[in-house]
Design a binder for this molecule. Structure first.
Ligand code: ADP
Length: 155
């Protein structure tokens, strides 16, 4: 029955790491701080359909510093095709949304608890390799809930 399945799922969930349910960095849709929000880019954003877009520094795809919420674009004047970095500078005047980083072997359960309390929805997942942290993926509350409750009927 469904109840039993949820229970089994919850037990299996314990001890799982965030890296087991993240979206790997290769599949993440990102924009550069240097990209222009021109017609082509806006169409791409709509096509991808994500609510949040991680923004990386210049040409370094592994250096993410901000989460752009597409809802924040609605009120902006984009006719002069501004660069992402200028849009962010403007948005930061009213509300800052820095990226949170977690380590790959953090327990998903713990992250879920923390995300429930805070107002974060998305985190970058990093792996510690000697001397530095390397970005390996992205995790949202949705990924964790999917792991817990996703497709229960299909099993
Ligand atoms: P959305 O609200 O944009 O639909 P969710 O937080 O509901 O995003 O997450 C749905 C799935 O999409 C998750 O697997 C999440 O990791 C993934 N996801 C969210 N944003 C992005 C992005 N910018 N690029 C790639 N995958 C993403």
């Amino acid at each position: 029955d469904t109840e039993g399945k949820i229970l089994t799922r919850t037990m299996k969930f314990r001890g799982k790491h965030v890296s087991q349910m993240m979206t790997p960095i290769e599949s993440v849709f990102l924009l550069s701080s240097e990209d222009r929000l021109d017609r082509k880019t806006l169409l791409l954003i709509v096509e991808k359909g994500y609510t949040r877009i991680p923004i990386y520094e210049k040409k370094n795809r592994r250096k993410i510093f901000y989460t752009l919420n597409i809802k924040d674009l609605i009120s902006l004047d984009l006719h002069n095709e501004p660069k992402v970095k200028h849009v962010i500078a403007h948005l930061r005047k009213t509300r800052d949304t820095p990226m949170r980083f977690v380590v790959a072997n953090m327990e998903a359960q713990q992250l879920l608890e923390e995300m429930k309390k805070g107002d974060e929805h998305m985190c970058c997942v990093c792996k510690y390799t000697p001397c530095r942290y390397q970005l390996i993926g992205l995790i949202t509350i949705e990924d964790i809930l999917e792991e817990l409750f996703g497709e229960i009927e299909d099993e």
